[in-house]
Design a protein around this ligand. Sequence first.
Ligand code: G4P
Length: 528
Amino acid sequence: MSFNKEIARRRTFGIISHPDAGKTTLTEKLLLFGGAIQEAGAVKSHKIKKGATSDFMEIERQRGISVATSVLAFNYQNKKINILDTPGHKDFAEDTFRTLTAVDSVIVVIDVAKGVEEQTEKLVEVCRMRNIPMIVFINKLDREGKDAFDLLDEVEQKLGLKVCPMSFPIGMGYDFQGIYNLWERNIRLFGEDNKQRISETIEFEDLTHPDLEKHIGEKAASSLRGDIELVSEVYPNFDQQAYTNGTLQPVFFGSALNNFGVKELLDCFIEIAPPPRPKTSEERVVLPEEEKFSGFVFKIHANMDPKHRDRLAFIKIVSGTFKRNTPYLHVRHNKKLKFSSPNAFFAEKKEIVDESFPGDIVGLHDTGNFKIGDTLTEGEKIHFKGIPSFSPEHFRYINNADPLKSKQLAKGIDQLMDEGVAQLFVLEINNRKAIGTVGALQFEVIQYRLEHEYGASCSYENLNVHKACWVAPEDTSNAEYKDFLRVKSKFLARDKQGQLVFFADSMFSLQMTQQKYPSIRFHATSEF
Ligand code: G4P
């Protein structure tokens, strides 16, 4: 197959949702359609179970599963589909944000009863900022939930999206009969005996046809006609360009558990979802069709086997063909590296491959060379943009609890930060190290992993910080900036890249500081 055809057939995407909306179930059903797994239940959910905060075996088990499910690839109708796993747990939200830099589109799963939830809002906001094409799947229609139109309103208002229904439910919960597919103009009905089976697909170009009553009954027929009329009056028609630009979001209804509406979603997805997209680097825009290879690291999994310091760096291929045993430039180190056993992913297995194409993810064994955001190329010095750090939510000083192991501690902290587990800051005033995390759970994970993987022990001390803001002065030589550096010296730190960060201890103090120093900008992310 030609290089361009290989690119055109790839669909690399992520499924995002609030925990429990049905992401794992939907993933599994997609894999079943692709023939990548044979039975339901094969994809293990790696949700951190409630109350498992202190259960480190559980954390380790989850880490094991999450390597296996980091990329789930399968073929469907001659398309190569790569699903990138995104942890739903809010403490691992930053992992998900980073994974979103490697997807070309996303599917957002929403629970019909719960509607738009907190985590969905945050993740969709990141996708919106990046104009990532999104399809919405409203799940669990076999249960009683919110009215379909109310939900569409909620999706528009809370998520700031412009929706375009591609399917519409016929009834809901106990009365759920099936789906009207606006995309293909047909009706798909559930089996009468139970809701596990699709009984029939009926082509229905014209909903006014009296046969509609025969299939779904008088009441449902009249409400469906009314609903579809309203849909056509209120919502725009599907527009490929608007979807690809991230300004229009198709919506599907269904029930992942009952495998209902999933095939409609998948069949439409492979038609409309974009193949690998161009990626912006600091120097220029890189097109997938370019002959020369380039890619970037968006995820690192380390030390799965504590006896071997093995790390797997996940690279998204942006352009060209990635070949085994070929020297590539590690741009940050300005050093050539060769990879003898790059892993590609297929369903839940990984295997060594000779060639991979744009859109694909390869897992490279790494002995500590990589950190998140690193670029690999055939020689050109480019730096891909778009992996910012976000202000952490929790902060603590980290202390060495065993003076004989200070080297191990430093190495452990360094590597865990490269992996993106948390962010390290060094206070300007006293050089003390502080760790910032998105969730409280990470502090325990760090302590546990430092001990088990590096033989180091640490203790924490409270640090009252509300937000870490990256400081961007208009002019580093003006008196205002100098005054800021002097007055706030106790609250200043450097991140791992050496960028200056202001630790605001409350929202109020941040606002006061902003007012007092109008020529300085305070950013909630490291990229601005
Ligand atoms: P997540 O990955 O988004 O966190 O959600 P997951 O797929 O694990 O689904 C969360 C729960 O919702 C699961 O039940 C799952 O079976 C259920 N579910 C998913 N899709 C549907 C659907 O279409 N209809 C209904 N009624 N339920 C659905 P659980 O009891 O938490 O787990 P399990 O014991 O069934 O695995």
